[in-house]
Design a protein around this ligand. Sequence first.
Ligand code: GDP
Ligand code: IMO
Ligand code: MG
Length: 427
Amino acid sequence: MPAVIVLGAQWGDEGKGKATDQLGQHTDLVVKFNGGNNAGHTVVIDGEKYALHLLPAGILAEGVTPIIGNGVVVDLDVLFEELAEITERGVDCSRLRISSNAHIIPPYNRLMDQANERARGNNLIGTTGRGIGPTYADKMNRIGLRIQDLFHPEELRAKVEAALAPKNTIFEAVDIPALDPAEVSDHLLSFADRIKPMLCDVSLVVNDALDRGDTVLFEGGQATMLDIDHGTYPFVTSSNCTAGGAITGSGVGPCNIERVLGVAKAYLTRVGSGPFPTELDPNEGVGKFLLETGHEYGVTTGRKRRCGWYDAVVVKYAAQINGLTDLAITKLDVLTGLDTIKVCTAYDCDGVEYDTVPEHRAVFDHAKPKYIEVPGWQEDITDCRSFDELPQAAQDYIKLIEDLSGVKVSIVAVGPDREQTINRFWK
Ligand code: GDP
Ligand code: IMO
Ligand code: MG
């Protein structure tokens, strides 16, 4: 597998961190290509839990060179805090490389995130508040700060001043204290010496590795339905979380990519606002069961995740947008104990049936799920390590997912630990 993309096929938190960590054990380079510390990836190794936000989850796999690509937005405070934290726990971070072209999340964009949400009133996105959207907006608006700007202090100071002036006016209007551009610049510049040894031309490094025949894994944050172009806009994040993002977010050509692995939960969750046709009531029945059994609380913000039945229309759409070659289905163990399981196969939108995600927001907003119902299983599956060991109903459920998406399910996860995985077809 010379080059593989691993990305979310739903609304995030599918277990990409665990999948990346696992595949990373057979990989030379792991390249994070989008997003920032809005991500929250939990990886459990021998019962020990690691929560990663900005650093690639591949950093935990021994021997891997973890890389932060140009498509990522970097909060320098978070970078060094996270590095200190996991270095203290014995993880070797010395190989970490970061693109000089990656954009910096300046402190004022954390505040802009709050200001933007306040301005939306009741129509909140429910962002993670980490400054992600405003930083990508600055990048597109060509007023962003790149890591390489840290080595040109006077230019950086001028850029901060120009970007901050209109934002300070907005802060004052929404009762957020204005920031001093000199203080912001001093703070950012204080990271220059520490970050310098980690910087590299990511495109060159990754292309050289591919030429040598090394294996490269591109790690996506967030997910297909949160993609700025293909997700449920405006209730999305501000980057391309889909396969194309791996190309632009790291500087490699598309023909290098051999496989695209979509990670999907055996049910569905979403954090923040926006449409979610199969959503269940969190206070009763299966909705409450999934929330509690799946421990569906965000790694980044601690918010309760909204839970619902598996939506095969969404995953089929992810297969289309990303050209998925494989699926990893996670958290199958969470469904254990249900008498029957529902799967959404189409939507009824004001009397019209859709078997794909409707392009128009106003139509998707009215989507009512059409379900099929299949038998559940009662046996504990957390110790299963081969597909044949799964109860027949669980095997049938995986095969149903495969049929409905047209993509083979190569990996099945049956628990949070690195070891709790069934490798069916992944070589
Ligand atoms: P990511 O953002 O896609 O990396 O996913 P998160 O780490 O935010 O959320 C997935 C959660 O599910 C984490 O707490 C994982 O430890 C956990 N997890 C991953 N795979 C499995 C699984 O197969 N079964 C169970 N029970 N938990 C899992
Ligand atoms: P991982 O990588 C789930 C959601 C937020 C909000 C929207 C925009 O762990 O799967 P942002 O702060 O990005 O501007 O917020 O996107 N969101 C996520 N939801 N998992 C994530 O990351 C997310 N990153 C952002 O809840 O609805
Ligand atoms: Mg997460």
